[in-house]
Design a protein. Structure first.
Length: 531
């Protein structure tokens, strides 16, 4: 690990504190480091009983609440502390983090900026601001703030890695590679940097990289999550050396380790998908407004099925708003389920045309924004394919693009990917195949149920003949031809850092990866019904 110089903000925080209170404070900090939150909370309560105005203990109480997930409680505690110490940069920084987690984004950024104003030479303040920008998809702001953090703490691998991630998401892959490499120079086993390099897919790993990665994997004391990240990076490294036998062995091990860290029940998921299909067994009947939602184009499909590339293609069209949006569809349905106190899809059998129209208007109120005269906007999610029946009922004028890819290639791509969040199904081949079958069956049902409103987009067709597939898609959407769509290198939509380099390549045919693994994938072929 890199030894960091202690900032003056972190020194002398217990000055003037009685000895007994200082001892309990020290015990609280040790307990927090061990994630023993009950012990930390008890110790902090004792400190404040002896020194009620000790702001640092109040701040740590806020951190305990934040770690517990009680973000509203953390905000309340930190705001009370700020009454006593309104110019405390640490309080403003922690308050900003808790406000962000509570969904109060505007006030969160105000607090984080205030922390940077009060302590412009404090790297964590700029890092926290940059991370918030990055999580919002405001990458330019993230890069600016993270550059400040790295300038102040050039040896910190965490800050450099997040800067690299932000740079990659804007296509600055050379700068991203440099920062990932610099992070590894300071901390050779930094898992985030290794995984970031692997995801960039810009330059092949060398034999020296292979040796360093293998050495990092063998270091004692590596956390389970870091070991998983190093494992996925090692897979890419072994592939670059052409050793697919060893790559698959490492891939299975890394996925197995990750599977132990997540919760997933394939049978429960399949049963829920069956209930959704039954709830939407028949086409919708009467609708209040057949044109409601005509500006909405949903892109659905499994992760790694080509939806991200297709969004970038459509982003080049002058009449399409392809900017990313929050998951408004899911939020509307979850809130309706809460209002009715019944899980989705149980309540759908009781929903009237007026109910569906109300939900559709609710969705549009959230999703529609100034489009600069554009005719449609894209709503893409690789998690909401099971909600498309509800989406079509809510928005009778909306259209749906079903993103498809060769099943074996799609599943292998998921299996090779360590997702930042969600997609817990992807870390076991049997569960992955089960999920693919669920998705395939339900999406085929949507195609039958909503004939004329669903376009089946085949990823391989776009790569094999981009102009022809684009012509078909634009015709379905009722849009004029726009050849700018095909220049994905200049389309400005921001993408996930892990895919940016690939998405910015020219549209061209790519050789399938599955044949390189040969018989290692035979079981997956059987599970997918391909053998």
């Amino acid at each position: 690990m890199v030894a960091m110089q202690v900032h003056p903000l972190l020194l002398g925080r217990t000055a003037g504190l009685p000895a007994a209170a200082r001892q309990r404070y020290d015990e609280a900090t040790v307990a927090m480091a061990r994630r023993e939150l009950d012990a930390a909370g008890a110790a902090l309560a004792d400190v404040l009983a002896m020194a009620p105005d000790f702001v640092e203990a109040q701040r740590l109480q806020g951190l305990v609440a934040h770690i517990r997930g009680d973000h509203a409680g953390a905000v309340a505690i930190l705001r009370r502390a700020l009454v006593t110490a309104p110019d405390n940069a640490l309080l403003h920084m922690n308050l900003g983090m808790s406000l962000y987690s509570a969904g109060e984004f505007a006030t969160a950024f105000s607090s984080l900026r205030r922390a940077c104003e009060l302590a412009p030479d404090f790297p964590p303040a700029w890092f926290s601001l940059g991370r918030a920008f990055q999580q919002q998809g405001r990458t330019a702001g993230a890069i600016t703030a993270l550059h400040r953090a790295v300038d102040l703490a050039p040896e910190d691998p965490v800050m450099r890695s997040l800067l690299a991630e932000a740079q990659a998401s804007l296509g600055a892959v050379a700068a991203a590679c440099t920062n990932y490499r610099e992070a590894l120079r300071h901390e050779p086993d930094h898992a985030e940097a290794w995984l970031g390099l692997a995801r960039l897919q810009v330059e092949p790993f060398s034999k020296d990289d292979l040796a360093r990665l293998q050495q990092a994997m063998q270091r004692p004391g590596t956390s389970p999550q870091a070991r998983v990240m190093l494992g996925f990076a090692l897979v890419r490294c072994l592939e670059d050396q052409g050793d697919y036998h060893a790559a698959f062995r490492v891939l299975r091990k890394a996925n197995g380790q990750k599977r132990k860290l997540v919760n997933w029940n394939a049978a429960v998921v399949s049963a829920r998908i069956a209930r959704i299909r039954a709830a939407f067994a028949r086409p919708p009947g009467e609708v209040e407004d057949p044109q409601l939602g005509e500006q909405v184009v949903f892109l659905m499909g499994l992760p790694r099925s080509g939806g991200g590339l297709l969004r970038r293609v459509l982003a080049g069209h002058a009449q399409v708003d392809a900017n990313e949006r929050p998951q408004h569809l899911r939020a509307v349905i979850e809130e309706e389920s809460g209002r009715r106190q019944r899980e989705f899809p149980q309540w759908t059998i009781e929903a009237t045309p007026a109910d569906w129209a109300r939900l559709g208007r609710d969705y549009l109120a959230r999703a529609v924004r100034a489009q600069d005269g554009k005719r449609c906007f894209i709503d893409q999610s690789d998690q909401d394919w099971h909600l498309m029946g509800a989406a079509m009922a809510m928005l009778p004028g909306a259209r749906l693009v079903d993103c498809r890819r060769d099943p074996l290639e799609n599943c292998l791509s998921c299996y090779r990917q360590l997702f930042a969040v969600h997609h817990e199904f992807s870390y076991d081949l049997d569960e992955l195949a089960s999920f693919w079958r669920d998705c395939d069956g339900l999406c085929a049902h949507w195609q039958q149920l909503y004939r004329g409103r669903v376009f089946v987009h085949q990823h391989e067709s776009l790569l094999a003949d981009p102009p022809l597939q684009l012509h078909r898609l634009l015709n379905f959407l009722g849009l004029d031809e726009d050849q700018a769509c095909l220049d994905v290198r200049t389309n400005r939509r921001q993408g996930a850092a892990g895919d940016t380099a690939r998405l910015r390549e020219p549209l061209r045919w790519q050789e399938p990866r599955a044949p390189r693994y040969g018989g290692k994938l035979d079981r997956l072929r059987v599970l997918l019904g391909l053998a």
